[in-house]
Design a protein. Structure first.
Length: 427
């Protein structure tokens, strides 16, 4: 049933009820439901699985937009990526860990039980510290353990204190191991002052691009935290269009692409990265495709490898992954596997999130709602988009189970070190 027909039926029902009470309140009904009618109309037109949308009970139109969207998409088990925001009231549900870009301390972390096994106390383990953030200014580093803030112990009920807020006094511990007894112990406890959270934290990490002399070859390491076009105010963060040129000038023969933190981006930028990797003979073909619903089939598109970007001309690439790796990063991985072969796209880390779809964005200034519906499958050159359950790594390593979390790009860091080990065995 068309949305306009549904509205007419509902309006007639309201008119009948209002007539019985002697007062016409149709305008009140429409005022309370028009935002969700707009959501439903947009989804029927653009949603990848538009034919399977559930027409909700008329009472559902009175609910909040986020709940309404979940109701109409609830039967689509394949979709876990569509969402909407109402101004800033509802935030992006796909934040990476505990990090968000607004008024943040700029740190990803996890709550763990005392790793020494001596107590049941809870500690906060630092996973990532972002450039220009309050956490970086405080001197916090990846792998640190925070014991307390302002004299309070951490727990699941107060861990959000590290998301944003005023300055905090922290007690930070560093872990070490007794190799003979195979036990862990705290080697020190240091006082840190965490400044008030910044207004904006940029999505960048230290050592985003580094080089390592692997003996027979120069190895390039490039950490991509996103594949967006947003410029960053850091001179040492190389843009997508320049990283291959920089590495080629440095004589790089092997590439480690770190996508552990990459959970957003565009098809066009994934296309640039892919074109910067593969050999010339592979750049005449299709990189990836988008497949839309039948009403939007005219928008199906092929993304071919680009010939006007510098390429490293590699026969293989090492990619570091995590459960946060999604979207453009997965489109890149899946499509490269089809073109270069699974044996030449070597994944190290954890299974990826499984976003095999492209999300659109449609904004209503009248209702102050933005919808991010899944609008198209992203397939490889062979029309295969079967990675909704995630992409399994070649070498599965759960880095958080390791004692030390070294800085990104450090040759001792467990995932990077594994890539170097594989390279050294193949020279």
């Amino acid at each position: 049933m068309k949305i306009i027909d549904k509205i007419k039926i509902l309006s007639a029902t309201v008119l009948l009820l209002c007539a019985c009470s002697g007062e016409d309140r149709t305008h009140e009904y429409l005022a309370l439901t028009q935002h969700n009618n707009w959501v439903f109309d947009i989804m029927k037109e653009n949603y990848l699985w538009a034919d399977t949308l559930q027409t909700p009970d008329e009472r559902k139109f009175f609910g909040d937009p986020s709940t309404f969207l979940k109701n109409i998409t609830s039967k689509v088990k394949e979709d876990k990526w569509s969402y909407l925001t109402v101004d800033t009231i509802v935030s992006d549900p796909f934040e990476r860990g505990y990090f968000n870009h607004n008024e943040s301390y700029g740190v990803d972390y996890m709550l763990v039980t005392d790793p020494t096994g001596q107590t049941t106390k809870q500690y906060v383990r630092i996973l990532t510290v972002y450039k220009g953030s309050a956490a970086e200014r405080a001197g916090l580093q990846r792998g640190d353990f925070i014991m307390s803030f302002n004299g309070y112990k951490f727990s699941s009920s107060n861990i959000t204190k590290l998301k944003k807020g005023i300055g905090l006094n922290l007690k930070v511990c560093h872990l070490d191991a007794d190799t003979e007894g195979n036990t862990y112990y705290w080697k020190d406890t240091v006082d840190y002052v965490l400044p008030a959270s910044s207004t904006v934290v940029y999505d960048a990490v230290p050592n985003s691009l580094t080089y390592y002399n692997g003996g027979d070859a120069v190895v390039g390491y490039y950490c991509l935290t996103n594949m967006l076009d947003t410029p960053l105010p850091f001179s040492d963060v190389f843009p997508l269009s320049q990283f291959a040129k920089q590495m080629k000038e440095a004589g790089v023969k092997e590439l480690v692409l770190d996508l552990r933190l990459c959970n957003q981006g565009t098809m066009e930028n994934a296309q640039v990265v892919a074109s910067s990797i593969v050999k010339s003979e592979l750049r005449n073909g299709v990189f990836a495709k988008t497949i839309w619903n039948k009403n939007k089939a005219a928008q199906n598109q092929e993304y071919r490898f680009l010939s006007d970007v510098t390429s490293l001309e590699l026969s293989r690439v090492f990619i570091l992954t995590s459960g946060y790796t999604r979207g453009a990063a997965e489109w890149l991985i899946h499509s490269l596997q089809a073109v270069m072969g699974f044996d030449h796209v070597i994944l190290i880390g954890e299974k990826t999130a499984g976003q095999n779809v492209l999300n659109g964005v449609i904004r209503s200034d009248e209702y102050m709602i933005s919808i991010y519906p899944s609008v198209a499958y992203v397939s490889d050159a062979n029309d295969n988009y079967d990675y909704a359950s995630g992409i399994t790594p070649t070498y599965e390593i759960r880095e958080r189970e390791y004692l030390h979390l070294y800085p990104y790009g450090d040759s001792r860091e467990v995932l990077f070190n594994k890539a170097l080990e594989i390279m050294s065995n193949s020279f």
